[in-house]
Design a protein around this ligand. Structure first.
Ligand code: GDP
Ligand code: GDP
Length: 438
């Protein structure tokens, strides 16, 4: 459950404008990934590493025989049922209308966190006008401009704080909760052979779990002390030869299966080294913040001298830099070499991706690293990082709170990331760094 935010209010107050702003960045990624048009009433957003879903009730179609007020009320009721948090939007330019008062009454009676948001405060001169909305009796409000984005950051901070915790943990180990693994790579690198080597004849195809996003048909592998769910193995086991020959098909399929994965095994062919399609898949993995284990397969076919593996590995790490803190294993699926090692690394990366660092220890180590090498002052602005906290994301993400945060350069963020990697084990997983004003 990512947490659902609903935006309610009269038409023309600016709901879709805010909606578009909230889903903008994430939507671009999703659209690029699936290549399909999305239902614009419903979108994914991310703020400070926290993912959420936004519903724009204004876009929800309504039966035409409903009276206008009824229709709006129905939207509010729907929002109260479906959402975790409600944004109630009003318009500073028109002031309070009867409809606004009705919605306010409904919200006041409902047992659901909500925020009164006064929109179209494009400029400080409207701040005074906004005070009229106190008379709705809903208490404090946020002033924003959906059009230019001002005030939306503070609003999101407050909204996110009211969302339920990201992944409610359950002790029973059903398939949803065991590590989800996607085996990805170009055609003919050995993905199917790997799955078949693991699962052999005693396959157990797991049926999709209704109502979840993890709906690709896969296989549960429970052996040698490991318990994994391999995604989309049906496709790997009965290969669609025609399509498989198309390079891009493997990328498309990777996109689909890596979406629900925790860890990806990226298989490449030792004869070819890492190619552009491999890099495309790797970038997708990184963009989606999944864990990764790189397998250089068909190692049996390589003529080896003392340093062959070392040189190959060095070269590979250079090519995938800066994301080079990743396990690389040389395998031969055909000769069943180092298959166990893959299973072991999947486990490690899964654990690294989940790793939570204690705040006290995190600050102790990182503030010392920052003391040793502080962010250089930029344009006369001193940057002082005051503290750091890990965000409640399924992958490692850290917020550093600083003065003049926006002047912190990417190169310095990379320094912070490297220090985190040096001190805590994040091998095989992305580490996101956010610097925020404090
Ligand atoms: P909805 O019907 O509530 O979804 O409203 P829209 O998002 O479609 O916006 C209605 C109109 O208000 C559009 O012409 C927007 O460009 C405009 N609008 C939305 N947000 C703002 C804002 O923050 N400031 C100003 N000045 N206009 C806005
Ligand atoms: P996929 O398209 O990635 O699923 O690749 P397959 O598993 O179908 O393998 C393609 C070909 O490579 C098959 O002929 C396999 O037998 C062969 N192959 C797979 N793994 C290895 C390996 O480790 N060494 C060698 N020599 N051949 C392999």
């Amino acid at each position: 459950m990512s947490g659902i935010i609903a935006i309610v209010g009269r038409p023309n107050v600016g709901k879709s404008t805010l909606f578009n702003r909230l889903v903008e960045e994430k939507q671009a990624i999703i659209d690029a990934k699936s290549g399909v048009t999305r239902d614009r009433n419903y979108g994914e957003g991310v703020w400070n590493g926290r993912e959420f879903t936004v519903i724009d009730t204004g876009g929800v179609t309504i039966k035409s025989d409903d009276a206008f007020e009824d229709a709006i009320c129905k939207q509010v009721v729907m929002a109260m049922n479906e959402a975790d948090v409600i944004i109630f939007m009003v318009d500073v330019k028109t002031g309070i209308t009867d409809l606004d008062s009705n919605v306010a009454d409904m919200l006041r009676r409902a047992n659901k966190p909500f925020f009164l948001v006064v929109n179209k405060v494009d400029d400080g001169k409207y701040l005074y006008d906004a005070t009229e909305f106190y008379s709705l009796g809903l208490g404090d409000y946020f002033t924003i401009s959906s059009a230019n984005g001002s005030g939306t950051g503070d609003l999101l901070d407050a909204v996110i704080a009211k969302l339920p915790p990201e992944k409610p943990k359950d002790d029973s180990k059903n398939v949803e909760e065991i590590p989800h693994v996607a085996v990805v790579g170009r055609p003919n690198v050995g993905k199917s052979s790997f799955i078949n080597a693991l699962i052999g004849e005693e396959q157990h195809i797991v049926t999709p779990v209704a109502g979840t996003t993890r709906d690709s048909i896969g296989t549960r592998f429970n052996k040698f002390g490991y318990d994994y769910y391999f995604i989309d193995t049906a496709g790997l086991r009965k290969k669609e030869k025609v399509n498989e020959d198309l390079e891009f098909y493997s990328v498309l399929r990777s996109i689909r299966s890596l979406e629900s994965a925790d860890v990806c095994v990226l298989m490449i062919d030792a004869n070819d080294g890492i190619e552009s399609q491999d890099m495309n898949i790797l970038h997708l993995i990184i963009k989606n913040n999944k864990g990764v284990v790189i397998c250089v397969n068909k190692w049996d076919l390589i003529e080896k001298t003392t340093n062959t593996a070392r040189d190959f590995e060095e070269n590979l790490r250079k090519k995938i830099a800066p994301f080079s803190d990743v396990p690389i294993i040389f395998t031969s699926v055909l000769e069943k070499q180092r298959i166990q090692k893959i299973l072991e690394k999947i486990h490690e990366v899964y654990e690294n991706r989940k790793r939570r660092v204690q705040t006290a220890r995190l600050n102790e180590i990182m503030l010392e690293a920052i003391d040793r090498f502080s962010p250089p002052a930029i344009k006369g602005k001193n940057i002082k990082i005051k503290y750091v906290t890990q965000l409640p994301t399924p992958y490692p993400a850290f917020a550093f709170f600083a003065s003049n945060a926006k002047y912190v350069k990417d190169s310095y963020k990379r320094y912070l990331e490297n220090q985190l990697r040096k001190n805590f084990n994040f091998n095989g997983t992305t580490v996101r760094i956010y610097v925020r004003d404090k």
